[in-house]
Write a protein that binds this ligand. Sequence first.
Ligand code: FNR
Length: 342
Amino acid sequence: PDLDKMIGLPDFDYAARNYLPIANYTYYRNGAAGEWSYRNNLEIYHKFHIRYRTMVDITGIENTLPTTILGHNFSAPFFIAPAAAAVRGHPDAELGLVKGAGAENILYIPSHYASKSIEEIGAAKKEGQVIFQQVYLDSNDTRTQQEFDRIKAAGSKAIVFTVDSAADGNRHRAARFGVGSADSDYTLITWDYYHKIQNMTDLPIIIKGLGTVDDVKLAIEHKVPAVYLSNHGGRQLDTAQSTLETALEIFREDPEIFNKIDIFADGGVRYGADALKLLALGVKAVGLGRPFMYANVYGEEGVAKAAKILKHELAIDAGNAGVADLKKVDSTYVNWNSNCYY
Ligand code: FNR
C-alpha cells in the first residue's frame, strides 16, 4: 500500500509481511521458542486500563512531547531501538533509519550488527543529529577499544551495551528459514566487565536488557548513567517478563528509583497508549524495534511517517486521558489493578 494509507504502526507490519521475502520478514518478526514473551510484550498493555481525567485544559498537549535523553534534545520521548540487518528490509538499510530519525528529530540507536558500517551511518546523520551506538560483548579487548574509538570518531554520543543475550537466542520460527540468531559462545557479562569497558571510552555506556528491580538497583550502585529495560523483543529468553511488568516492579519497590537513574524501556510498543503507560510509571523514553524495521521497507519516508504517527497518537491519547503536559503523566493515570492478577 501507499505510504499515505498507513494509519497505525501495525499497518507497516502488514505491508512488510506482504512485500518482503518470507525469510526476511520472519527474521524481523520472530521471537524465541513458543513466542510467549513476544505475544505478552504486545498484550500486556491492554491489561492495564487508563484512568482518564476530564475537564482538563489540554490545549497545546502536542507541544509537550519534546524531551531530553542523556542531555540531548529530541522531539518526542520515543526512539528507534537497535535492530540488526536493516538490509533485509530495504537496500538503503540503516541509512533510511538514520535519515528518517533525523527528519523527525528522534533518537536512533544503530545495532552492532548493522548492515552499514558505523562510519557510513555516522556520515548520513544530518547536521546536529544525535545517535547512540549499540554494542555486544567482544571477548577481544583490542577489538573493543578499536570499535569504541570508531564509534566516537563517527559522532555517536553514547554507547548502549546489550546484556540480555548471554547465551544464544532460541528462535524456532526463524531457524526454519536458516535466519535464526547467530551462534555465539556463552559469554561472561559481569559488572567487572562493564567497568573495564567504561574505562575504555569517555562516552557514557548505558546498559540495555535489564529485567528486574534488583539489577536496576545494582546499576545505581555501579553508577551506570542510565539503564534500558528490555527482553530483546521476546527474542532471547522465552517467558521473560515484559518491560511494563519490570517497570511496575520497580515502581512498587520504590517510585523514587525512577528519579535516581534515567530508565528507558522497549518491547511491544505499537500505539500511543502503550507508550503512555511506560511513561506514567516514570520511564523517560520508550524504544521501538520491529515497527521501525517494517517502516523502513519504505525507506527514510516510511521511518519518518511511523514517527509522525506515534507522535500524533501520543498527543491525542494524552489529551483524551486528561494529561495537560506529557512530562507530567504519572502513575495515577493508569489502573494498575485493572485485571487483578498482578
Ligand atoms: C533486535 N534487537 C536487538 N537488540 C540489540 O541490542 N542489538 C541487536 O542487534 C538487536 N537486533 C534485533 C534484530 C531484530 C530484527 C529485532 C526485532 C530486534 C532488540 C531490539 O533492540 C528491541 O529490544 C526490540 O525489538 C523491542 O521490541 P519490539 O519493539 O520489536 O516489540
